[in-house]
Design a protein around this ligand. Structure first.
Ligand code: GRF
Length: 245
């Protein structure tokens, strides 16, 4: 190769898109959190690329969101499998075909088998609509209201074999207003979910947030049991920096 050829080659060099960190998102329904991740990606604020969206529900609206964004949308109906284990085995295969760095649960309404959890341990995260460890499980907003709590919110956590019990990475708190209804509280919490989930995904992809047997850490420092509390201002600032930078 002549010197001339060589310099041409170097000038033409552009970083490979293949280096982008890969994210697979699992959904069962509306997919508004998925949309928040797609929007962040479109603003270069996700630190990676959603390469596939998988739904166990064929009618999930999130599949449409994925297709509209040009993302591979896969339907894997659980009803076609005889057992939870058979389904999770198939799900593992589909996910691994996409070689993800991170598997993100975004309203995926299934209990996962230990085999599944172990396969992706440390790179499997979920968002839950409560301030964990309070209100694990379903109907979180109604239960919080019935208890008359002053604060409620959402949590991003690593998924372990304990349902909604893995180490918390990040939380956002909302105040429960006078006369709050289940619907208004749900909307408030959802809005905060959409702010913190893309940030948590980005920091996981960057290796800033990590899982160890002991719990979760940020930049090598162990996080408290409630993870990092993100105020609205903190989250907005973080997103702004990404948009500017
Ligand atoms: C969210 O409330 C999330 O916390 C929970 O499931 C819901 C999913 O909503 N895990 P969407 O499908 O992202 O709109």
């Amino acid at each position: 190769m002549s010197e001339h050829d060589e310099s041409d080659t170097l000038q033409d060099f552009t970083p490979e898109a293949a280096d982008a960190r890969r994210v697979v998102v699992l959904i069962s329904g509306n997919g508004s959190n998925l949309q928040a991740l797609i929007d962040a990606q479109n603003h270069d604020a996700l630190g990676g690329e959603v390469v596939a969206v998988i739904s166990n529900e064929p009618a999930a609206f999130g599949l449409t969101r994925a297709r509209e964004a040009g993302i591979d949308a896969v339907v894997l109906p659980h009803r076609e499998y005889e057992s939870r284990d058979a389904y999770d085995g198939a799900l593992i295969k589909v996910i691994e075909r996409h070689e993800p760095d991170l598997v993100v649960l975004a309203g995926f309404m299934r209990i996962l088998t230990p085999r599944f959890v172990q396969r992706f341990l440390g790179r499997l995260i979920n968002i839950h609509p409560s301030l964990l460890p309070d209100y694990q499980g379903l109907n979180t907003h109604a239960r919080a209201l019935a208890d008359g709590v002053a604060e409620h919110g959402c949590s991003v956590h690593f998924v372990t074999e304990e349902l909604d019990g893995g180490p918390v990475l990040m939380q956002a708190v909302v105040e429960v207003a006078e006369g709050e209804t289940e619907e208004s509280l749900k909307q408030k919490v959802h809005a905060r979910e959409h702010l913190i989930y893309p940030i948590a995904v980005k920091w996981c992809l960057e290796g800033r947030l990590q899982f160890s047997g002991e719990g979760a850490s940020l930049d090598g420092t162990p996080l408290p049991p409630h993870g990092l509390r993100m105020s609205h201002a903190d989250a907005a600032e973080e997103l702004d920096e990404d948009l500017e930078g």
